[in-house]
Design a protein around this ligand. Structure first.
Ligand code: SF4
Length: 428
């Protein structure tokens, strides 16, 4: 998006380029030919995605040179020191380990997951924000997401576009997807696009390959969120230019997984997630927060499994019960459950990139801001054309259904500025 800073390549070590953002360094994968030291580039998700003309880069950098340092200062002020006196004994001991940069054990995470007092939770969020600031400075990334089909062969109990739910279905054509992406790049300056759909086999391997190749020509990071496909298909799409994949495992509890995702198993899903990583995709994974029958230990197991999968991005969504699905009467996950999950994940994996999902905004208009102040550092903006948006009804009353792209971008840019976050790549 327009909220993006170009960087200068200052060193190249085999396939890694070292980038400079006003004196801050980031390592990224060198995924383009003919890049030299001294070139200006855009990077996303730890991958160099596009070379920028020097004149253009210097003009953008000129607009950022003072603001960059102002934002840094705002961020530092907001990452306040620990108010430890508000904590009880065990939690205080855990957070002191965090300050000493010691790794947390499962027992430590269980102590944090048991916090319910609002004052104690506030301290947890503040510490998580400090750790985010310590590890990533004020870097943040914003990706665009296009939901290109709501057809799905899956029948997951919590999902509003499950096969058995009678809803109006849509598919965007390749031409529509390309047009939306071009607009996102040309008008709004996006550098990374997530292509998301149900598991819709109408788009076969060849069609997806053609689409990825066409999008890659536009100089962006292509993120796939298309569900279970053969490993060979994911390999082909990587070869075509896709570089990131989002696949959540949803729960680390095999019995709950089996119950809520008929005809699939947790082992199969984890095997595919591991394959994606092996292929070389920048991996985003995580789980649903607040599934029925999960115990407090499941939350900690979910966080630990996410960490074990070594993703470049963590993604946690709240359960929002949806009409005409088997989980319609399940309790809605609270904002604090989500914030607590983000904060604990940040403390368990200090250098993680943690995404604020759009579902959190549905729970609360302040959700995005709160999550960014509880350890999150990454966001997505919905670019799906307005006529399709309400049809991608994975849960009821999605906040993004009504918000036009331009006003969403404006609000996001303002939020990032208020919080002192700068759009440099978070690096590897
Ligand atoms: S969660 Fe994914 S696979 Fe399951 S029904 Fe929804 S879109 Fe389909």
């Amino acid at each position: 998006m327009c909220y993006a800073i170009p960087a200068k390549v200052i060193e190249i070590k085999k396939n890694i380029a070292v980038l400079d953002y006003f004196g801050e360094r980031r390592n990224v994968v060198l995924d383009l030919p003919d890049i030299q030291i001294g070139d200006y580039v855009f990077a996303q998700g730890g991958i160099l995605v596009r070379k920028v003309d020097e004149k253009e880069a210097l003009a953008v950098l000129d607009t950022w040179k003072d603001l960059f340092f102002e934002l840094k200062e705002i961020d530092q002020q907001l990452a306040r020191p620990l108010q430890s006196e508000k904590l009880s004994g065990n939690a205080l001991a855990v957070l002191q380990k965090v300050n000493l940069k010691q790794a947390l054990t499962k027992e430590d995470l269980l102590v944090l997951s048991a916090l319910t007092d609002q004052k104690e939770l506030s301290v947890l969020y503040e510490v998580a924000n400090q750790v985010r600031q310590r590890e990533h400075s004020n870097a943040s990334c914003v990706h665009g997401i296009i939901e290109f089909s709501n057809y799905c062969r899956g029948d997951c109990f919590y999902c509003g576009i499950r096969r058995e739910r009678a809803i109006e279905r849509y598919r965007m054509t390749e031409a529509e997807i390309l047009a939306v992406t071009k607009q996102a790049i040309d008008e709004y300056g996006f550098k990374a696009i997530v292509l998301q759909s149900g598991e819709d086999l109408y788009y076969d391997e060849d069609q997806l390959e053609r689409l990825v190749k066409a999008l890659r020509q536009l100089g962006i990071l292509i993120f796939l969120s298309i569900g279970v496909r053969p490993v060979a298909t994911y390999k082909k799409l990587y070869a075509a230019g896709a570089r990131a994949a989002l696949m959540r495992f949803e729960t680390s509890n095999p019995a709950i997984f089996q119950q809520l995702r008929p005809n699939t198993t947790l082992d199969e899903r984890l095997a595919l997630i591991r394959e994606l990583k092996k292929i070389g995709y920048v991996l985003a994974t995580g789980f649903l927060i607040g599934l029925p029958n999960e115990q407090p230990e499941d939350l900690v197991n979910n966080i630990l499994l996410t960490k074990e999968l070594e993703p470049e991005m963590y993604s946690f969504g709240p359960l929002i019960p949806t009409q005409d699905t088997p989980l319609v009467h399940a309790p809605t996950t609270s904002v604090d459950q989500v914030l607590k999950t983000i904060a604990i994940a940040r403390l368990a994996s200090p250098d993680a990139n943690i995404l604020v999902t759009t579902a959190l905004e549905t729970l609360s208009p302040e959700g995005k801001r709160q999550a960014l102040l509880a350890g999150a550092n990454s966001m997505m903006i919905n670019l799906t054309p307005m006529q399709y948006r309400p049809l991608y009804s994975i849960y009821d009353n999605r906040a993004c259904n009504q918000q036009e792209v331009a006003s969403n971008i404006q609000a996001t840019v303002q939020l990032l500025r208020d919080l002192g976050r700068a759009p440099m790549d978070v690096g590897l």
